[in-house]
Design a protein around this ligand. Structure first.
Ligand code: PLP
Length: 356
């Protein structure tokens, strides 16, 4: 039996989108491939709210995160962490011999603009990374306020991880002054895992030209240059099956209307938050709650594994807490094509299993 997924990625993919993955192959050096990939970039610009270039990568989001910090740090990177995925970015820097420092806050809390200002005022850094939506803690960082601070530091390349939020909540990349905004296919974009997407600003291009060792597969400048010269064809063979599905899914998203999509996500989030407040507690600082997933404090000491097993028999799956919070919290994702009705059905099953 298929379990309906309420985990923060991979998410359920609509059958008509999945079908597109099974289409016949085309040559990756054909005009058809150029048109397909150019079209995806044009549509992605609408989702990202950017006039800058869009790069597509046959990898998950981690690949582009690694590429961004390696390709665009000339001096030193400041990594702001609010949970597991911020820290991951720091590890990538270390493994690539990129000088970096990690600035962390307590799990469940957000980064403040003051903190960013204080760190950048040292003049030590020429790149920062921020997690927009931290999937381990359910924090959505105050990027609008951080954008105000970033205006003071035009020489700093700003990388934003929107892996678990792009397509589920409005992110105005150009307005926020983000240079490299990264997302993955398997979350709010409602596609199978295996593709990542990022915006790549002119500032990022200029910076990368000053960095001598950018790697090869994830050299973002090489990808950028290649798609300019070869009409949106990529240096290596991309996952064309994903491209077919992505192009189709973007049409569906634009037909739904991005604002309608974001509104649906907020309504779903509010439903789950209210439920969590009634029966448990929210783990995350109320001021910075994610619109795509809710992290719930396990105040009743339930066995999350057992709950999930029972849910599995009924055709549903939620997520335990991330890493060190495996038993202390559990997570319900409400992203991609998820509806209020889907969530109501899930929550009813949980109430029934737990006798709430
Ligand atoms: C916030 C965040 N950043 C980065 C990643 C890593 O992305 P991927 O698994 O696509 O490499 C994830 C994955 O869950 C994530 O949630």
């Amino acid at each position: 039996m298929h379990k309906k997924l309420f985990i923060p990625g991979p998410v359920d993919v609509a059958p008509d989108v999945l079908e597109k993955m099974a289409g016949p192959m085309i040559g990756h050096r054909s005009k058809e491939a150029s048109a397909l990939q150019r079209g995806i970039s044009d549509k992605m610009r609408k989702v990202f709210n950017t006039k800058e270039e869009i790069l597509l990568s046959t990898s998950s989001g981690t690949g582009l995160m690694e590429g961004a910090i390696r390709s665009c740090t000339a001096k030193r990177a400041a990594v702001f962490g609010v949970g597991a995925f911020g820290k991951r970015w720091y590890e990538m820097a270390l493994m690539n011999n990129v000088p970096a420092d990690l600035y962390e806050v307590e799990w469940g809390t957000a980064i403040t603009p003051e903190m960013v200002d204080e760190v950048l005022a040292t003049g030590k850094y020429d790149l920062i990374t921020i997690t927009h939506n931290e999937t381990s803690t359910g924090i959505m960082n105050p990027v609008e306020e951080i954008a105000e601070v970033m205006k003071k530091y035009p020489g700093v390349v700003y990388c934003l991880d929107t892996v678990s939020s792009m397509g589920g909540t409005k992110i105005d990349v150009d307005e926020l002054g983000v240079d490299i905004c990264i997302t993955s296919s398997q979350k709010a974009l409602a596609l199978p895992p295996g593709m990542a997407v990022c915006s790549f600003s002119k500032k990022a291009v200029e910076r990368a030209t000053t960095v001598p060792h950018r790697g090869l597969y994830f050299d973002l400048l090489a990808i950028y240059d290649y798609i300019q010269k070869k009409d949106y064809q990529y240096p290596s063979t991309p996952s064309l099956s994903h491209m077919f599905a992505m192009d189709y899914q973007l049409d569906k998203m634009l037909a739904e209307g991005l604002d309608n999509r974001y509104k649906r996500h907020v309504e779903c989030a509010e439903l789950v938050r209210d439920w969590a407040r009634k029966y448990f507690e929210l783990f995350t600082d109320e001021k910075y709650l994610s619109n795509t997933l809710t992290v719930i404090k396990n105040t009743r000491g339930i066995n999350v594994g057992d709950l999930n097993k029972e849910l599995g028999k009924r055709g549903y799956q939620i997520s335990n807490g991330y890493g060190k919070m495996k038993e202390e919290t559990f997570r319900i994702a409400h992203m991609a094509e998820c509806t209020k009705e889907d969530l109501q059905a899930l929550l009813k099953e949980i109430e029934d299993i737990l006798g709430l």
